[in-house]
Design a protein around this ligand. Structure first.
Ligand code: 9MR
Ligand code: 9MR
Ligand code: ZN
Length: 542
């Protein structure tokens, strides 16, 4: 007790003396016992101390690194490395004369609650049913919304004014639209999380409503989306797939159930149709053990849309009357992914031939930096991890080399980045890519095990939760000083100060220009494709 009181006094004194001194940055979610553990500070100090958070007892002393100039953030940083300290508990890092970090934990469980919260964020995005959650002492709730989804005017002018069932699925982001292309990369990365980390995920309860009896919770949530995606196929039996289901323009900041403008199935696109094939072929494989009839329905739908891809050729989406999200993209990478998933799910030679021809003629075998607009990696990763026979051995070898080389580049960049971020670019939604690169790194680790790959995944997690220029988390409700004003209609409209929990915001367009402002949708929105990356990343850290 005496210790604790003394430590508190020291803390208060320190804070008073140093005022607005440099923060001591730390991984706010905490560290696994065998992590690389660092703190960073911009100061001339040379020593650091690790203290117990409660008693203040010093458990380790060490020297800071030599100063390192980090041009991207305009800072000269010194690092405390306490990787060797492995004892579980709560700690702070103190830099004498500068300040004390936030308290953090060392323990095996540090990623569990964040993982569950990030995955439950998908449930809270559900359209077409009431949702609610208790978090941080608040009760968040929305009523069933968009029950009139959607009108057929743009699919078949002769059926203008008629509604076909398009209810369900997740809202896309801070807006309430539903977009097939963005669903594609989202669903695929979530299925990857299940495939790669099943042993950990199947043990975790997500406390979801019973919308898929007999399914493990994690797959239950994905099925809520595929149930909806099935409804995006044209009603004419052609297999073409609507690009999106939205209003003509964006709504204001209202709760979803207050958004009552007409929403339309839009015209089809070949990218959306190919992504539909990719999602439905995966749904077939992953859902078959739990519901064979549903799985068969998914595969039949995938085959029909595959035929549409062959019959109709390339067809880009044109916005026309719409000003909601565009998600306009060429379809060659989407077709590659579709072909691989059809092969993986059926083993049929025609799909393998098509897939290998498309992979072999790809400009880059692996994309470091990828998202909804470039989904070829999904095909390449499924192909390389497949247990099926018959692949071209030469191509397999080249792909392995490319995946390892890509992961090595990510490791190298992460080690030189001020805060361990592996991605070297900044743009709308780049935080989602930082998270999604956990797929690049983990697949490389499966093919050619190297502890540096997992360490880089952990560094990216640390970056997103507060070990960064801002000393702030990018995920609502979690980590150090998280975003309070995401561009999210529910969070803006529900009368509760704290935003809906567990959501990753898009991030800055330069290393230092992020702002926590609701108006800044290009930097502070949330979105399912970024969130899926976050879920995968946290699953990898579990
Ligand atoms: O809220 C919209 C957001 O979800 C989109 O990502 C963004 C870009 O398409 O557009 C936002 O809507 C804005 C609209 O484009 C222009 N008027 C202000 C809207 C934000 O309130
Ligand atoms: O994530 C999308 C980003 O890559 C684009 O640059 C941006 C502008 O077209 O749109 C982003 O997606 C938004 C979508 O258009 C509408 N819903 C919100 C999405 C996230 O901001
Ligand atoms: Zn809705």
């Amino acid at each position: 007790m005496k210790d604790a009181a003394h430590f508190l006094t020291t803390l208060i004194l320190l804070t008073a003396v140093v005022g607005h001194a440099e923060p001591v940055r730390i991984n706010s979610l905490g560290y696994l016992p065998d992590d690389i553990k660092t703190a960073a500070v911009a100061s001339e100090a040379t020593e650091f101390r690790l203290r117990k958070a409660t008693s203040g007892r010093v458990v380790m002393k060490g020297r800071l690194s030599e100063p390192q100039q980090k041009q991207e953030v305009g800072q000269t940083l010194r690092y405390a490395d306490f990787s060797d300290f492995r004892k579980k508990g709560s700690y702070v890092v103190e830099i004498p004369g500068v300040g004390v970090s936030e308290a953090f934990r060392i323990g095996k469980e540090v990623y569990r609650m964040p993982f569950v919260t990030a995955m439950r964020a998908f449930y809270l995005w559900r359209c077409g049913m009431a949702v609610s959650a208790d978090f941080g002492g608040q009760h968040y709730a929305a009523e069933a919304c968009h029950l009139q989804d959607g009108y057929l005017d743009y699919v078949d002018p002769e059926r203008a004014g008629e509604i076909k069932d398009g209810t369900g699925g997740w809202h896309d982001a801070g807006d309430f639209g539903k977009y097939t292309v963005n669903a594609g990369v989202t669903v695929a990365v979530l299925f990857y999380a299940w495939e790669h980390f099943k042993d950990r995920l199947e043990k975790l309860s997500l406390q979801l409503p019973e919308t898929a009896p007999g399914f493990p919770d994690f797959l239950k949530e994905i099925k809520y989306e595929t149930d909806f995606i099935l409804k995006m196929q044209y009603p004419d039996g052609s297999g073409r797939v609507s690009h999106k289901l939205t209003r003509r323009n964006f709504s204001g900041f209202v709760m979803p159930q207050e958004d009552r403008e007409q929403r339309f199935f839009t015209e089809w696109s070949s990218a959306a149709t190919a992504d539909f094939v990719g999602m439905m072929a995966m749904a077939y494989s992953f859902f078959k053990p739990y519901d064979a009839a549903y799985a068969a329905q998914c595969l039949a739908a995938a085959r029909l849309s595959w035929e549409a891809l062959e019959k109709y050729g390339r067809h880009d989406f044109v916005q026309g009357d719409f000003s909601t999200g565009g998600y306009q993209t060429t379809d060659s990478d989407d077709r590659l992914w579709a072909a691989v998933e059809m092969w993986e799910s059926t083993g049929e030679a025609q799909f393998l031939a098509d897939a290998e021809q498309r992979i072999a003629t790809r400009r880059m075998l692996v994309d470091s930096d990828w998202d909804w607009g470039s989904v070829g990696n999904l095909g390449v990763y499924t192909y390389i991890l497949s247990a099926r026979d018959g692949r071209n051995a030469d191509l397999v070898g080249k792909i392995k080399d490319a995946i390892v080389a890509d992961a090595d580049r990510l490791v190298t960049h992460s080690l030189s980045d001020a805060y361990g971020r592996a991605l070297d670019r900044y743009y709308w939604g780049c935080n989602g890519t930082v998270a999604r690169q956990a797929v690049n790194l983990h697949v490389a680790d499966l093919l050619s095990p190297n502890p540096a790959y997992r360490q880089t995944i952990l560094r990216n997690a640390a970056y997103l939760f507060g070990y960064n220029y801002y000393n702030r988390s990018f995920v609502t409700g979690l980590g150090i000083n998280p975003p309070k004003h995401p561009h999210d209609r529910r969070s803006g409209a529900d009368g509760i100060d704290a935003p809906w929990p567990g959501y990753l915001v898009g991030g800055g367009h330069t290393p230092t220009d992020w702002v926590d402002s609701q108006d800044d949708y290009a930097r502070n929105e949330i979105a399912i494709n970024w969130q899926a990356g976050l879920v995968y990343l946290l699953a990898a850290c579990l």
